[in-house]
Design a protein around this ligand. Structure first.
Ligand code: XMP
Length: 425
């Protein structure tokens, strides 16, 4: 745990995480608590300062949420109601820095290099020679958790990578290559493609697909874990917004969590380890870079746990998966070549369940339509369709219809979220 902590008391509204991230960016560790947190709870963190985060409109209302009067008697500097103002980020930054460094006397020890070093030390101490199990998906959070733990306990960390066959082109092999060959992780890859395909046969409803994949994932994971035998710890890739949004910080629960799986019931373990529990997503990425994980992996766009299953409308078959993988690979290749991959939040192909008439080499075709989805966003809660230049869209469309069998039409999705969602299912 860092020595210097700032407490952010949330009086309502959605500024708490924004302020917290600004404090962290200024290299000071902070935690969010609800405004009615007890004085003991506040004192526990031994804070060097307190920031009130709240809704300006509520500030003077009688019914506005209040904190305990004892907060003012702690003798700790308080910054009352701080609001990040649109277009004033430089002034806000300065105000915040003055408060953190001059008023509270913080020294700026919160860096990902320090975090990595301290976490590795404390994980080593906590775990000792015991065994840790981690479900590695290749996503940012599980990858960074795994590498961090590997640095702490080496081969006592066992990673299970369930390849459900719903990954993008070459992705399964890439995950194996990076973590086995490069980081020398003790990694078990389970090739369960056929199992998942069998269970998904004939299923068209999106939520049923998700449920089946979640259940099957747990089942495969449990079977593998049982082969390993006794496990002491299970790793979870929880990050700070999950902690705050699940109500600990009394913030409104705004994000529905749709992780694949949940916790396995039939794996015998003593405790859960959540090495990223205190970090924001951008900090997880920085930590990943600090640990030597490639930028490509660390800056990977979000990818749904149920994978391509929610990007194939209707029944999932091997043939459809193949079509979608190829089309998606072309899309990603061209976006990367155009240098747009860091600008766009998420971009992917969707295989619609619609076939239409086309013509190729003077012959009539009756093939699938691929939809391209690309959005800009800051948190996936809202999104706008990305204005990809027409000439790049032309190139992508030409390449897809020429290179991918059974596709004769490409459309571009120009809806924002809301009312549409980012994924099609
Ligand atoms: P929507 O489609 O709801 O997506 O606008 C918002 C963000 O969540 C991702 N997403 C999922 N992630 N399991 C996940 O782990 C899922 O079932 C799932 N569905 C959507 C989506 O890619 C986007 O980033």
């Amino acid at each position: 745990m860092p020595r210097e902590t700032i407490i952010i008391l949330n009086f309502g509204g959605q500024y708490d995480q924004l302020i917290a991230r600004k404090v962290r960016e200024a290299n000071v560790y902070c935690e969010i608590l609800p405004c009615h947190a007890s004085i003991e709870q506040i004192k526990k963190s031994n804070p060097k300062g307190i920031i009130f985060a709240g809704n300006r409109a509520d500030a003077n209302k009688e019914k506005a949420p209040k904190c305990s009067a004892e907060v003012f008697e702690l003798g700790i500097p308080i910054l009352e109601r701080f609001y990040p103002k649109m277009g004033h980020s430089q002034q806000d930054g300065l105000l915040l820095k003055n408060f953190l460094y001059d008023t509270c006397g913080c020294s700026g020890e919160w860096t990902m290099a320090n975090f990595a070093q301290q976490s590795i030390e404390s994980l080593k101490e906590r775990i000792g020679n015991r065994k840790v199990l981690c479900a590695l998906s290749g996503g940012v959070d599980s990858s960074v958790s795994a590498v961090l733990l590997h640095k702490a306990v080496g081969s006592n960390l066992i990673c299970i990578f369930v390849d459900h066959g719903l990954l993008r082109k070459d992705e399964g092999d890439q995950v194996e290559r990076v973590f086995k060959d490069r980081f020398h992780l003790n990694l078990i890859r389970v090739n369960a493609q056929q199992r998942f395909l069998n269970r998904l046969k004939g299923i068209t409803d999106p939520e049923t697909k998700r449920k089946i994949i979640g259940e099957e994932f747990i089942r495969v994971f449990e079977e593998e874990a049982r082969k390993i035998g006794k496990i002491d710890y299970l790793v979870q890739g929880t990050i700070y917004p999950d902690v705050v949004e699940s109500g600990v910080g009394n913030a409104a629960v705004i994000k529905s969590h749709h992780n694949v799986g949940g916790l396995p019931e039939h794996v015998d373990f003593k405790e859960i380890i959540e090495p990223l529990r205190n970090l924001f997503k951008d900090e997880v990425r920085k930590l990943g870079e600090e640990l030597g994980i490639t930028r490509e992996l660390v800056w990977r766009q979000p990818f749904p746990g149920p994978g391509l299953a929610v990007r194939i409308i209707g029944e999932i078959t091997e043939e459809k998966l193949e079509i979608l993988r190829e089309a998606d690979a072309v899309f990603r290749d061209e976006i990367a070549k155009a240098g747009l991959d860091m600008e766009i939040w998420q971009y992917f192909a969707v295989l619609t369940d619609m076939r239409s008439v086309g013509v190729r080499e003077d012959r009539r075709t009756y093939d699938y339509t691929i939809a391209l989805r690309a959005v800009t966003s800051i948190d996936a809660m809202t999104a706008d369709w990305a204005r990809i230049p027409h000439e790049i869209l032309t190139k992508i469309s030409n390449r897809i219809v020429n290179e991918v069998k059974h596709v004769n039409r490409v459309v571009y999705d120009i809806t924002s979220k809301p009312p549409a969602t980012i994924e099609w299912e």
